[in-house]
Design a protein around this ligand. Sequence first.
Ligand SMILES: C[S@@+](CC[C@H](N)C(=O)[O-])C[C@H]1O[C@@H](n2cnc3c(N)ncnc32)[C@H](O)[C@@H]1O
Length: 214
Amino acid sequence: MTRYGLGTKTDAQGLYDRIADVQKFAMKLNGYRASVAKYLRSLDLSLDSNSRVLDAGCGTGIVSMAFQDSGLASKQTVALDLSRRSLKIASGDMARRKQKTGNFEPVQGNLLQLPFEDKTFDMVMMCGVLEYTPLDAGLSEAARVLKSGAPLVLLPVKPSLVGSVLEVLYDFKIHPLDEIKEAARKYFHFAGNHRFPVTHPIAWSKTIFLLEKK
Ligand SMILES: C[S@@+](CC[C@H](N)C(=O)[O-])C[C@H]1O[C@@H](n2cnc3c(N)ncnc32)[C@H](O)[C@@H]1O
């Protein structure tokens, strides 16, 4: 695999197996889940009780929980990550809360080789994870498993002071936003770029692209 951030999937897996508990705590402090839920709620998505949603690189499941908080309908939320420890935390938290939208299915795996058939999902979310992969490889896998016209909610770390600190702490590589847009164009129509309000801590390091599978 091309050297990228930590270089190999085993490196990322090992890192997040070690820091999953701290990561969960840090994400609780910064209001990330509420910010993402609010954004998802604002979208006009055609999801229903038959929809399947994938949170690829789910970590401790914050974005899956934000999706559930948003009240959007689904039959199933599949949460995939390399880190078994992160998945265990996500599964525990999901089991403790009353699920509002469909079933939660944790899957240990690599988003560069998603263990799903083509056109399986009605929505994919990739948040803070393509920083560990080459852009085209990650985006093409997301496109492969999405149905035509279905959305990819892509939440990259943006070039910024806070982003640079995170880049060192978490050993990843920030992709310039222009490069993300350019790479995404091959598989997706660009449907929007949401900038979080500056009062939301997540705004200091992340932005959201809404993309639609071609
Ligand atoms: C910064 S965390 C983001 C977690 C979550 N998406 C969020 O927004 O809170 C990055 C996650 O990506 C996972 N990851 C890194 N490379 C991956 C890959 N190739 N396949 C699946 N997961 C990966 C790590 O294990 C880690 O849990």
